[in-house]
Design a protein around this ligand. Sequence first.
Ligand SMILES: CC(C)(COP(=O)(O)OP(=O)(O)OC[C@H]1O[C@@H](n2cnc3c(N)ncnc32)[C@H](O)[C@@H]1OP(=O)(O)O)[C@@H](O)C(=O)NCCC(=O)NCCS
Length: 185
Amino acid sequence: MPQTSTNLPCNIRQATEDDLEALTTVELSATSIFGTIPALADLSSNHASPDQLRQWFSTGRIYIAEDNGKPVGYVSAVPMDAVLYIAEISTIPESQGKGIGSALIQTVFAYARECVQATKEQPRVSLTTYREVAWNAPFYRRRGFKEVDAEALGPKHVAKMTLDREERDLWRPGYTRCCMLWEEE
Ligand SMILES: CC(C)(COP(=O)(O)OP(=O)(O)OC[C@H]1O[C@@H](n2cnc3c(N)ncnc32)[C@H](O)[C@@H]1OP(=O)(O)O)[C@@H](O)C(=O)NCCC(=O)NCCS
């Protein structure tokens, strides 16, 4: 069901398999913002592979934000350890700062509530991100996320942090990664 808000310059809906190809372009465009940070500038060519997107699609959900039918953002959320993990969130540069990222996060919160409806557990959403990048940890903190130890979330979160540090080379001088968690109050 498409979700609309009178203030938001887009519709948000669950992605279909046909949307996946376009999401690579969205992410590639979104990450160009990292070009403004010399130590992280190479991340502006980072994007999830088609296989990765298909895996997120089949194990969790992807929501797409569209402006007049044009994809302007997306978020992917997958169950990991005992929480819903935001694997990627992106808004294209021309649409950043208009509340689309915040709305995508709210959509994931609603999905997390749906996931625990039967068990009555507390909805929880996690992610891994940069502490020191303005549109990463500080942005999530203002949306209710708190920094937590990966160990507290489970072995897959620990493995993700290790992968980011040891294989993906995401740790840089002055730029560190952290795990964050949102829990329904
Ligand atoms: C993170 C991202 C999805 C946010 O999307 P968005 O549509 O711009 O989100 P919103 O408009 O709801 O909010 C943007 C927030 O980022 C902050 N922000 C955006 N650009 C910024 C910049 N250049 N410098 C400082 N803060 C910035 C704004 O202050 C705002 O937070 P606030 O409303 O609490 O003040 C978007 O910046 C993006 O795609 N970034 C590149 C990919 C990325 O880093 N993804 C996250 C990986 S963990």
